[in-house]
Ligand binder design. Structure first.
Ligand SMILES: [Zn+2]
Ligand SMILES: [Zn+2]
Length: 182
C-alpha cells in the first residue's frame, strides 16, 4: 500500500498540496511543512522520472545511487494499523529522502521482475505524464488525467471528418483495427 510512489506524477504547487499528498499516501515520520521540504520533494521528480526510458542497466545505476544516498536499511515494521511492511529509512530522514528510497525499493522489485516496460509515458501527443501500467495485459497507454478519453474523441472526430470529406465509397476503414495484436 505504501510502496507505490512510482505513479506520483501529480502537481505539488505549494506546501498545502504536499501536506495533502502526504496525508493521502499515509506517510508517517518527520515533516517540516516548509518551502525547503517542498523544494526537495520537487527536485526529486526529475530524478525519479529518469527511470522512464532508462534501459535496465541505467535503471539499476539510478536505483542503486538512490539506495546508497538514502542509506537504505530495510527493516520490517508494523504501525498505525498497517501490517508488516518495509521501511528502509528511519523516521528522522527527510521526507524527500524517504520518498526517494521508497521509490527505489519499489523499483528494485520492478527491475527484478523484469517489469521495467510497465513504466510508460502517456501516449497522447500533447502530454508527457508518466504512468505505471499495472494492467494484466500491459495495455495501458494513457495517463489518468483524461488523455485516453481526449484521444478517443479526437480519433472519432478525425474519422468523421475523413468520411464526410473524401469519397463516400465503402472502403473498409483499416485505421481502428490495424494494431489489433499489439
Ligand atoms: Zn510504514
Ligand atoms: Zn496524458
Amino acid at each position: 500500500m505504501n510502496t507505490d510512489a512510482a505513479e506520483d506524477g501529480e502537481l505539488l504547487p505549494d506546501v498545502a498540496a504536499l501536506d495533502a499528498f502526504v496525508e493521502r499516501e499515509g506517510y508517517t515520520g518527520n515533516r517540516r511543512h516548509d518551502q525547503a521540504e517542498l523544494d526537495a520533494v520537487r527536485a526529486l521528480r526529475p530524478r525519479l522520472r529518469a527511470l522512464w526510458g532508462a534501459d535496465e542497466d541505467e535503471a539499476v545505476d539510478l536505483v542503486n545511487a538512490m539506495l546508497r544516498e538514502g542509506r537504505a536499511l530495510p527493516q520490517l515494521m508494523r504501525h498505525d494499523g498497517w501490517d508488516y511492511h518495509l521501511h528502509a529509512t528511519g523516521d528522522d530522514a527527510g521526507l524527500d529522502v524517504r520518498l526517494m528510497v521508497e521509490f527505489a525499493m519499489a523499483m528494485v522489485d520492478v527491475i527484478r521482475m523484469k517489469e521495467l516496460d510497465r513504466l510508460r509515458i502517456c501516449a497522447a501527443p500533447d502530454c508527457d505524464d508518466v504512468l505505471v501500467d499495472l494492467s494484466k495485459n500491459r495495455s495501458r497507454r494513457f495517463c489518468l488525467q483524461g488523455c485516453g478519453n481526449r484521444q478517443n474523441v479526437a480519433a472519432y472526430r478525425a474519422r468523421k471528418a475523413a468520411s464526410s470529406g473524401t469519397a463516400s465509397s465503402g472502403t473498409p476503414s483499416p485505421g481502428a483495427a490495424a494494431g489489433g495484436a499489439a
